[in-house]
Write a protein that binds this ligand. Structure first.
Ligand SMILES: NC(=O)c1ccc[n+]([C@@H]2O[C@H](COP(=O)([O-])OP(=O)(O)OC[C@H]3O[C@@H](n4cnc5c(N)ncnc54)[C@H](OP(=O)(O)O)[C@@H]3O)[C@@H](O)[C@H]2O)c1
Length: 336
C-alpha cells in the first residue's frame, strides 16, 4: 500500500517508520524542522532498545499535503486542534475511495474527519503506547501497548498493513468505549506536563498516584452520570484504577509494574508540547470531562483546575512549571 501520514511528528514518524520497515510505501507530511532532522540523521524508530534505521534517502518526508493525492490510505496524526483544518485539506486532495484513519487522542477527531470527508471510510484508531521524539531522527516508543482499530467497511487493506507492521492490532466494531477509557488514561498526561516527572515516577510517587486517582475518579463519575460506556483497561474494570492507585506504595508499584512497561524517561506528548512552547490538547482531554460535566449539570473541579494550570503553563511558554507533587495536590485541592 501507499500510506500517507498527515502530521508526521512523534506518532506519525514512529508508526510510519514501522510500516515502512514492514514493506509499505510511506509518505510523511510534516514540518520543516523534522524534515531537516530526518534528512540529516535518517529516521530511526526505537522500540524498547531495538533501533530500526532507514537511511534518509529512503524516507519520503515532505512539507505539503499535495503528495497525499497518490495514497491509498492516510493516517491523520496531527494534534486535535488541527484536525478540522487538515480534514478540509484532505477533502480537496484525496480520491473518493481513500481510507482515512485518526491515530489521535480524544474522542472527537473521527467525527470531525467524517464531517469533512463525506463517504470516504474513516477509521478511529487508538494508540495505546507513548512515543517521544528524542532528536537526531530518533522516535522512541516509551511504553508497551498496541493499536485498537475500528472495524470499518473498506478499511481491510489498511488494517492488514497495520497488522503486518507488528505493532499489535486489536480490531473492534465497538470502539467508543475504548476511546473513553483511553481518554481516562490520558487525563494523567497533564500531570506529567505539570510536574516534569517521567511516567514511571508517576507510578512510584504516592502523592502523584493520589492526584491521578482523584482526576480519574471524578472523570469516571461524570461518564457514568452521562450514561457513557467504558471498556476494561488491560483486562481490569476502570473503576478499579483509583483503588489501585491509592494502594500502599510497595503493593501499588508491584501491581502497576505488572500492568504497564515504561521506559525510565517516558513522558506524555502534553509535556513535549509545553517543552516546545506549543498549545496542548488539554481541551480535548481534561477539558472534555469539564464540558461533559457542565452539559449534565455537574461539576468537575479537579479536571477544571488541571485545565487552568495547563493554560497558565502554555501562556508562560517556558516549558513544564515542574510543580512538586505536594504543590500540585494543593493546587487541585486534594488532601488525601
Ligand atoms: N506522542 C504520543 O506518545 C502519543 C500517544 C498516543 C496518541 N497520541 C496522539 O497522537 C496525536 C499526535 O501526537 P504527536 O505526539 O505525534 O504530536 P506531534 O509530535 O506534535 O506531531 C504532529 C505534527 O504534525 C504537524 N502538523 C500539524 N499540522 C500540520 C499540517 N497542516 N501540515 C503538516 N504538518 C502538520 C505538527 O507541527 P506543529 O507542531 O508545527 O503544528 C507536528 O510536528 C495526538 O492526538 C496525540 O494525543 C500521541
Amino acid at each position: 500500500m501507499h500510506i500517507g501520514i498527515f502530521g508526521a511528528g512523534s506518532i506519525g514518524c514512529f508508526v510510519g517508520g514501522r510500516l515502512q520497515v514492514a514493506g509499505e510505501t510511506i509518505t510523511l507530511v510534516g514540518r520543516d524542522r523534522l524534515r531537516g532532522e530526518i534528512e540529516e540523521h535518517g529516521l530511526i524508530v526505537s522500540d524498547f532498545g531495538e533501533r530500526l534505521t532507514m537511511s534518509g534517502g529512503e524516507v519520503r518526508y515532505v512539507t505539503g499535503p499535495a503528495a497525499l493525492a497518490d495514497c491509498d490510505a492516510v493516517l491523520v496524526c496531527v494534534k486535535s486542534a488541527q484536525t478540522a483544518e487538515v480534514a478540509e485539506q484532505l477533502d480537496g486532495i484525496v480520491g473518493p475511495d481513500v481510507v482515512v484513519a485518526s491515530l489521535q487522542n480524544g474522542v472527537r477527531n473521527p467525527a470531525t474527519l467524517r464531517e469533512a470527508l463525506g463517504s470516504r471510510p474513516v477509521v478511529a484508531t487508538i494508540v495505546e503506547f507513548n512515543v517521544v521524539s528524542k532528536g537526531e531522527g530518533v522516535f522512541q516508543r516509551g511504553t508497551d501497548g498496541g493499536l485498537i482499530v475500528e472495524e470499518v467497511d473498506g478499511a481491510g487493506a489498511l488494517i492488514a498493513a497495520l497488522q503486518r507492521s507488528g505493532l499489535g492490532v486489536k480490531v473492534t466494531a465497538d470502539i467508543a468505549p475504548e476511546q473513553w477509557t483511553k481518554l481516562l488514561v490520558n487525563l494523567n498526561n497533564a500531570v506529567v506536563a505539570l510536574t516534569d516527572a517521567p511516567t514511571p515516577v508517576l507510578m512510584s510517587d504516592g502523592t502523584l498516584r493520589r492526584v491521578i486517582a482523584a482526576i480519574i475518579e471524578e472523570a469516571a463519575g461524570v461518564l457514568e452520570a452521562a450514561g457513557i460506556r467504558v471498556a476494561k483497561l488491560r483486562g481490569l474494570p476502570v473503576s478499579w484504577m483509583p483503588r489501585i492507585l491509592r494502594l500502599p506504595d510497595a503493593i501499588a508499584r508491584l501491581v502497576l509494574r505488572a500492568q504497564m512497561k515504561a521506559d525510565p524517561d517516558a513522558r506524555s506528548s502534553m509535556w513535549e508540547d509545553l517543552h516546545r512552547g506549543r498549545t496542548t490538547e488539554v481541551d480535548f482531554l481534561n477539558g472534555e470531562i469539564v464540558h461533559l460535566a457542565e452539559k449534565h449539570g455537574l461539576q468537575a473541579p479537579v479536571n477544571a483546575a488541571i485545565v487552568r494550570l495547563i493554560r497558565d503553563a502554555e501562556a508562560t511558554g517556558t516549558g513544564s512549571p515542574a510543580l512538586t507533587p505536594t504543590a500540585l495536590a494543593a493546587a487541585l485541592g486534594i488532601t488525601n
